[in-house]
Design a binder for this molecule. Structure first.
Ligand code: GTP
Ligand code: SPV
Ligand code: MN
Length: 590
């Protein structure tokens, strides 16, 4: 019990519904954490990892049907269907509660109900917000302790009458047919049942910091975005901050922790955040960003000491690994780690792994949960109460064709259209087919808590409300050759693109005007020391007019789904793009 009447009465209400054996209020302390880890080791919820090479690290194996976000079971329960929009699942609030309450009913019998107060945002920040998650999963508690500022610090922030976002979570029977992630924007309430995994169950992350926060942000004139935040320090010591929105498992963590290539000496990267940004207009008229999270819930496969040494060093202690493989020396292993799996490795389900089987040892969406402060290049401003000033916003997708390496929007409205037309291949971060091309505006398709037509309008309104707005860019690291190989080396080499972007922000870098926007020529990019070849460079930096002309009808159809909610400014940009692509393009239909 705490000195907060509304919180106490909500916790009592949950207790009556869930019928746990006991209720534990989490204080976030070391002693509490150690006690819970011991219990999880006893129950095999956690497996110990090698205490020498991975001190205070553990492995968790989730049930095989609970390994990713579930967009099909995720609902926005606004009172009007129109407010959820054509891209969200919707249920009326009362109907949703009637349907899902019976699944919660008595689901914690014989279990402990943990009450987890947490803060999204640095404790000293005026923008930090309190949530309270109720859960029967000690694994969720341990993850929340890394991903948020959890326990006493949040209760202090809350005081006796502060606002909080209540989130009721129960793993119940982990039955995928009885799995629901419900958001009630009118009450700022979350209900999640039937999953213990990541974004479904760590309610501070996608449910609060994106879906509910995006609704709040629109009402209050700020932005909640699926964006990394990073500082790029040039050889003169000047740091430029950028924010970038890429869809799930499309490179945010990697870009945020980039290691400059040897041929670009003097550059340094500073990580502020790798997944979520809350952005507001500062007193100086610029857009300022905070990272509401305290940790990284990062994709493990593909992470190694070459691709992302800073992630590798972030996860070497105090880290929870989920659905990775386990070597005989009790170390985590995944595809694309530094060497082959040693003989005797167990796969993510604990079965002997046979490399010849063609199966994967780690699940493709295997993840590590690591404290942000352990990142060797974490920015000294990562917990700055006011955040960092953003000079460029970068949108990016995973597209084997069509998307050029980089281009710049003509202005904020055009940049908003570029975000609204983002398209990317699906990944293992969400349940369902992988590699399917879909529209994913601003990388927020699964995370916008309201009608995306209104969300586009909010972007346009923000453009008018920011006296010194960031410039907007689009990148694609994933273009492939006809032979199926990536044309661009990516990872550290992406700094070359950032260098051009920062040059544009400063008015120093050159570009040519194309139908898509301003684009560098091969000569405008610093490719010193990179053996890319002129032909590849041309392929990366050319507009594939035929492919773009083919894009227009599908894009037009997608945006027309928003009907009268689609802002005129977005239609205008679509029409203008179709016109720039030439007379043979299908008309932009309104
Ligand atoms: P979420 O945490 O799901 O929101 O994802 P994220 O955007 O942080 O994705 P992450 O950085 O973890 O990237 C996931 C995948 O993209 C991994 O398989 C990486 O190896 C791959 N990747 C990241 N950057 C690059 C790049 O520059 N080039 C190529 N080819 N692959 C990349
Ligand atoms: C994503 O899917 O975009 C993630 C992982 O960052 S999760 O927390 O599961 O949403
Ligand atoms: Mn994400």
């Amino acid at each position: 019990m705490v000195q907060h009447a509304a919180l106490n009465s909500w916790v009592k209400e949950c207790e009556r519904l869930l019928k746990p054996e006991r209720v534990v209020w989490c204080d976030g302390s070391e002693a509490e954490h150690e006690r819970m880890v011991r219990e999880m080791l006893d129950s095999k919820t956690l497996l110990p990892l090698n205490p020498k090479s991975y001190p205070h690290c553990y492995l968790h194996r989730s049930v095989p049907n609970d390994v990713a976000r579930v967009e099909g079971c995720t609902f926005i329960c606004s009172s009007k269907k129109e407010d959820a929009g054509p891209t969200n699942n919707w249920m009326a609030p009362a109907e949703a509660k009637d349907k899902v309450r019976p699944i919660f009913e008595g689901s914690m019998r014989g279990r402990t109900m943990y009450v987890v107060p947490y803060l999204m945002g640095p404790a000293a920040s005026p923008f930090a917000k309190v949530g309270v998650e109720i859960t029967d999963s000690p694994y969720v508690v341990a993850n929340m302790r890394i991903m948020t500022r959890m326990g006493a610090v949040a209760l202090e922030h809350l005081g006796s009458g502060g606002d909080f976002v209540p989130g009721m979570h129960s793993t119940a029977d982990l039955n995928p047919d009885r799995r629901f992630i419900l958001h009630f924007p009118d009450e700022n309430l979350i209900w999640s049942v039937g999953s213990g995994y990541g974004g479904n169950a760590l309610l501070g992350k996608k449910c609060f910091a994106l879906r509910l926060a995006s609704v709040l942000a629109r009402r209050e004139g700020w932005m909640a975005e699926h964006m990394l935040i990073m500082g790029v320090e040039d050889p003169q010591g000047e740091v430029t901050y950028v924010a970038a929105a890429f869809p799930s498992a499309c490179g945010k963590t990697n870009l945020a922790m980039l290691v400059p290539p040897a041929s670009l000496p003097g550059y340094k990267i500073w990580t502020v955040g790798d997944d979520i940004a809350w952005l507001r207009v500062g007193e100086d008229g610029r857009l300022w960003a905070i990272n509401p999270e305290a940790g990284f819930f990062g994709v493990a496969p593909g992470t190694n000491t070459h691709s992302n040494p800073n992630a590798m060093r972030s996860l070497e202690r105090n880290t929870i690994f989920t659905n990775v493989a386990l070597t005989p020396s009790n170390e985590p292993w995944w595809e694309g780690m530094d060497g082959p799996a040693p003989p005797g490795t167990l796969d993510w389900q604990g079965r002997p792994y046979d490399p010849a089987s063609g199966q994967k040892a780690a699940h493709p969406n295997a993840r590590f949960t690591a404290p942000a402060r352990q990142c060797p290049i974490v920015s000294k401003h990562w917990e700055d109460p006011k955040g960092v000033p953003i000079s460029a916003i970068i949108f990016g997708g995973r597209r084997s064709r069509v998307g050029p390496l980089v281009y710049e929007g003509f202005n904020w409205q055009h940049g908003t259209f570029m975000g609204a037309s983002m398209t990317s291949e699906t990944t293992a971060a969400a349940a369902g087919a992988v590699g399917v091309v879909r529209r994913d505006p601003m990388a927020m398709l699964p995370f916008c808590g309201y009608n995306m037509g209104d969300y586009f309008q909010h972007w346009l309104d923000m453009g008018k409300a920011i006296p010194r707005p960031p410039r907007i860019f689009h990148v694609n690291w994933f273009r492939k050759s006809a032979g199926g190989n990536f044309l661009w080396p990516g990872f550290g080499e992406n700094l070359r693109v950032l260098k051009w972007i920062i040059g544009r922000v400063k008015g120093e870098a050159l570009a040519v005007e194309t139908a898509l926007g301003f684009m560098p020529t091969v000569e405008d990019l610093d490719l010193e020391g990179l053996d890319i070849g002129f032909a590849k460079g041309r392929a990366l930096l050319s507009v594939d007019y035929d492919a773009w002309r083919e894009e227009i009808p599908g894009l037009n159809e997608f945006l027309n789904k928003f009907g009268s909610k689609l802002p005129a400014g977005i239609h205008d940009e679509g029409k203008a793009l179709a016109k720039r692509l030439g007379p043979e393009v299908a008309n932009w239909v309104i």
